[in-house]
Design a binder for this molecule. Structure first.
Ligand code: FE
Ligand code: FE
Ligand code: ZN
Length: 285
């Protein structure tokens, strides 16, 4: 099972990998820079080299880089969209040093311009970024499924499909999707009573082949609340039985699971052990 959690990147790559191992994880997620925006720290190439060696020796990966929350490709102001484009371009350049990484971002919020306009702005930005690379980046870019809080794009599988189509018809790139269990639940997809139906719908619209990562979070809110408040595994409205089905579903079991629950390291260690025990126990009917 590939499982880990979000970790602080303040100590660098090697420190994250060592922390992951210390809590029983073999994957992890990290912010590429301050999640509220700002410049990224310069990359320490010695740290990257030490990380690559350590992660190969310890079977770590794939790692998932998360874009800052302030990145909004669908913003109404040009300044906001420029920041998004600059940041993602810079992030992808830096991630070339750690091949095989995945890069997850929140598609964006249309802030009243309408979902159609939002989808267009996000797709156009991705096309420009991929074109500016001159080759396919070594990093797979993932669109995150969103809860539909405010004017978030990506609240439905159809919106993700639209972005994928608009990008892939214009440039030679493949987009993936990161499914956030809290977000889809808050978005109205009933993964508790009908995981099968939700995954079938995902497959029909997006394609399960595009699913590359699972953000594994319980939710503080009810189905369709469009709130996005993560809860510890088994302590929220999704509940432990649903997670037992999720981690044991053959369509998901081989994917990397990344926890983003409100936990400290010890809490993450316990959740990782808990989810592993659900896999060892097999599917609960
Ligand atoms: Fe996210
Ligand atoms: Fe998430
Ligand atoms: Zn969230």
């Amino acid at each position: 099972m590939k499982i880990g959690c979000h970790l602080s990147s303040s100590g660098g790559y090697l420190a994250m990998a060592q922390t992951a191992v210390s809590i029983g994880a073999n994957v992890f997620q990290f912010f590429t820079r301050n999640p509220r925006g700002g410049a990224a720290k310069p990359i320490d190439r010695n740290d990257v080299a030490a990380f690559l060696e350590y992660s190969a020796a310890n079977g770590i990966g794939p790692i998932l880089a998360h874009a800052p929350y302030t990145l909004n490709a669908a913003g109404a102001e040009e300044r906001v969209r420029e920041f998004a484009e600059m940041t993602m371009t810079d992030d992808l350049r830096r991630l070339e040093l750690t091949p095989g990484t995945m890069y997850n971002f929140h598609p964006g919020s249309h802030v009243g311009q309408g979902a159609e306009k939002g989808v267009e702005l996000i797709s156009d930005m991705l096309v420009r970024i991929f074109e500016s690379f001159g080759k396919t980046p070594s990093t797979t870019v993932l669109l995150e499924t969103m809860s539909g809080k405010g004017s978030e794009i990506g609240r439905s599988f159809d919106e993700l499909r639209e972005i994928i189509d608009r990008v892939e018809h214009r440039v030679d790139a493949v987009l993936g999707v990161c499914l956030d269990t809290c977000h889809v639940w808050d978005g109205g997809y009933n993964i508790v009573d009908d995981l099968d139906g939700v995954l079938e719908e995902f497959n029909d619209i997006v394609g399960l082949g595009r699913l590359r990562a699972i953000h594994t979070n319980d939710s503080m809110n009810v189905l369709g609340a469009h709130k996005d408040r993560h809860e510890k595994i088994g302590k929220g409205k999704i509940g432990l039985e649903a997670f037992a089905r999720i981690v044991n579903d053959p369509r998901l079991a081989n994917l990397p699971f990344y926890l983003e629950t409100p936990c400290d390291l010890q809490g993450y260690k316990e959740e990782i052990a808990l989810l592993k025990s659900l896999v060892n126990a097999g599917i609960k009917a």
